[in-house]
Each structure stands twice: as C-alpha cells, then as structure tokens.
Write a protein that binds this ligand. Sequence first.
Ligand code: PEP
Ligand code: MN
Length: 354
Amino acid sequence: MELYTLPLDLPSDLERPIIIAGPCAAETEEQVMTTARQLAEKGCHMFRAGVWKPRTKPGGFEGHGEKALPWMKRVKEETGMLTATEVATPEHVELALKYGIDILWIGARTTANPFAVQELADSLRGIDVPVLVKNPVNPDLELWIGALLRLNGAGVKRIAAIHRGFSTIDHKLYRNIPLWHIPIELHRRFPNLPILCDPSHMGGRRDLIATLCQQAMDMGFHGLIVESHCDPDKAWSDANQQVTPEVLDFIVEHLIIRDNVEMTESLLTLRKQIDEMDDQLMDLLTRRMRVSREIALYKREHNMSVVQTERYTEILDKRGAQGSLCGMDGAFIRRVYEAIHEESVRQQTEIINK
Ligand code: PEP
Ligand code: MN
C-alpha cells in the first residue's frame, strides 16, 4: 500500500532539515510566549508544546488542556510560527482545531493503541491538517505503519513520522533506544514519507541532543522535533532533556547537512546498522558476564571450582559447530568463545576469592 504524503506546506527555503521546537509542555502563558519569541528570533518556523501530557504515573503535570490553547494561538499571531501539539482523543482534535493549531502529533503511547488511533483517524475525516505520527513505545514497525495507514485511510494526506526511540527495560545511555534500523526500514518501505527525529525523548539528556541530531541528518531524516524551553532547569516535565532556544540554535547551526545524502546514504545506513548491532553485542556480553558472576556466587557457596572442564568443552564444541552452520569459520567462533570464557573466568575468580 502506498502512503499519500504531501509536503508539509513549509516555506521552500526550509526543505531540510525541518525544525519544530518548543517546550515539552505549555506551562504558563509567560513561559510559552518567552520561549516562542526566542525561538522565532532564531529563525524557527514551527512551535511545539504539549497541552495534554501523557504521564507514565499519575501525579505529574498532565498539561492545562484547553486553557493553554489561547497561548498557542497568541504564539501564532505574534510570531507567525506554525503551532503543533499532541492529540490523543477526538476531543483533543476538536479543541486543537478550534484554536487554530496547525500541526497535530500522535504520541508514542497513543500510536501503540490501534483503537485510539482509529478514533483519531475517524475524527480527522475530511479535515486537511498535517499529522505527525510518533513511533509506538515498543519497537514494532508494523504497528507504526498501521497507525500511518489508518490516518491515510481516513483521508489524511499530509502525514509524517517521528522517530523518538523505543522503551527498554534498562535505561542505559538513552532514555529510548534508537534502533535506527526501524526508521530506515520505514523509509525503505515508504520513500516519500518524511521522517523527523526527536532527539529529546530519545536521548533524555541535553548532552546527547547534538549528536543525535547529526546522526539523524547523516541518515537522511527530513527534520527534527526538539524540546526547547526558556528556562530548562525549571521545566515542569522533561527538564533534563530540554535546551534553551540559544543552545538549540547553536546545535542547528553546527549540523552538517550533506547534499549527497543519496550517494552516501547506503554506506552510512549500513554502518549505522553495524554500530547498532555492536551495541547489541556489547549489551549481550554485559548481560552474559552478569549471569556468569551470579554463577560464581553459586560455585562459592557450593565449594565448586571455577572452571568446569566438561561445560567449557561443551560450549566450545557446540558454538563452533553452530558457527560453521551459520557460514562462519568454526575455529574463529571457538577463538571468540575462548576469549569470552577467559574474561568470564577472570570475573568469577575475583568473586570466589573475595
Ligand atoms: C512529547 O513529545 O512531549 C511526548 C510526550 O513524546 P512521546 O510521545 O514521544 O513520549
Ligand atoms: Mn516531553
């Protein structure tokens, strides 16, 4: 199936990257206006702010709802920027449109729910408004595509995707792990669909934003949606990941936008896939070592020696044979496992002798 995606109606000099910026949430009229004016002064054309905030647990700031919509209207009137906000229900859609919001986005938690997406799509029937669809919280490309198709099926033609990373059980470096191969596959399946990157929710940390923006540009993403707040430390939500309009301007000014993306894209894409897999290998090795240390505790308690020869031989033989079956040199896989085993023994020895 083909997705009908038209340009988002942007000024022509802004083709790439499209930048949408603004605070996580509309907190006060003053915070909205100050941030918007600073962003407009830096040349930003599209302003985002959450009016309804999906929060993992109750008790956090859930947004002002309708009360904040006149502030967004004022942003548009006074700065000329287009405004964008998150919608999760047909009522949100109705209110957002009533106050002249220009761009709607569907949040990650909503994209994960086909019932909610279908209700949104039905409420948008016959309305020509651009809709940005964030990836679902879980790494399920089909679910993401499903949401895009539901909107498209309801006649929404101006659609773009936002890659904001995926939830994982351990939060290591990223708040939401990028898994770049997923948006890359989305691009392969729907080459005309614009894809923006949200480095703020992906990184969850200010210091990761510049690198993630550059990575997204290197991979040919069309644009960025970045959280920017006039006083990030005092933000009511997502304080750690918001940057001032000035910092955002610095990041955007320093982005290297390669013209020959198409030429370099395939190589970069492949390298990103390798990096991604190396990250996964590291993660698996770390987890393997953790289990190995737990085994050391068991061995210590039961007075067993560190190296159990039969078990070691079994691993080398089994994985060596499996490696050959997978088209690799069996001897190479044995060497890899010898090295892993050596480190495992070193870590277990430390624990046993404690
Ligand atoms: C947001 O953009 O403020 C937001 C809530 O993002 P996500 O849906 O990606 O978590
Ligand atoms: Mn946020």
